[in-house]
Write a protein that binds this ligand. Structure first.
Ligand code: GLN
Length: 196
């Protein structure tokens, strides 16, 4: 079951790097308007921000060179809802293990993540997962995925794989280790819209 768009709300997709377009397609399949966010002017137009998959070291670097880290941090600290997938999960987490020395994260969800923790041999895999609140399993793609290695007590675990949380939520922030934007199933995106 999918729900309708968050009426009157604009969802921004951070479009500095990575698979942002796939998120736009997923939201638009739900009738939810999105815009690409590249600068402060774009950021001022959105009610929520999506951090896509890609490469968190590059995303961190581009946020610094485009002077977007601080403005986004300010919006997040005011409670702007955020949804991060894979590299986006890394960007929103509290601590990043195996990151680049100058890599920054926003620290708005109380988890620590280890980059590329699912190993080189299985760089990419797909599996069906059970997600709290969804009646049917969700087909999840993992691509050089981060692993949650610490999860604070205020964080709700919505899905796990082999005892590791892979979809978690705290206040208005939801993050996934996998890529719900790949494929045609937009139920996880609909869950995020329900948070707005
Ligand atoms: N390993 C990547 C990183 O550290 C994330 C991979 C992805 O987003 N598919 O940023």
């Amino acid at each position: 079951m999918t729900r309708g768009p968050a009426v009157g709300r604009t969802v921004g997709v951070l479009a500095l790097q990575g698979a942002f377009f796939a998120h736009q397609i997923a939201f638009e399949s739900l009738g939810q308007q999105t815009i690409q966010v590249r600068n402060e002017e774009d950021l001022g137009l959105v009610d929520a921000l999506v951090f896509p998959g890609g490469e968190s070291t590059a995303m961190s670097h581009l946020l610094r060179t485009s002077e977007m880290f601080e403005p986004i941090q300010a919006r997040l600290s005011e409670g702007m809802p955020a949804f991060g997938t894979c590299a986006g999960m890394i960007m929103l987490s509290t601590a990043v293990i195996d990151g680049r020395h100058d890599q920054r994260s926003f620290g708005v969800i109380d988890i620590d993540v280890q980059r590329n923790a699912y190993g080189r041999q299985i760089d990419s895999f797909e599996t069906d997962i059970n997600v709290e609140g969804l009646h049917e399993p969700f087909h999840a793609s993992f691509i050089r995925a981060p692993q949650v290695v610490r999860c604070g007590s205020g964080v709700s675990v919505l899905a796990s794989l082999a005892d590791s949380p892979i979809l978690v939520k705290q206040n208005s922030v939801m993050v996934a280790a996998f890529h719900p934007e790949l494929g045609v199933d937009s139920r996880v995106h609909a869950m995020f819209l329900e948070m707005l």
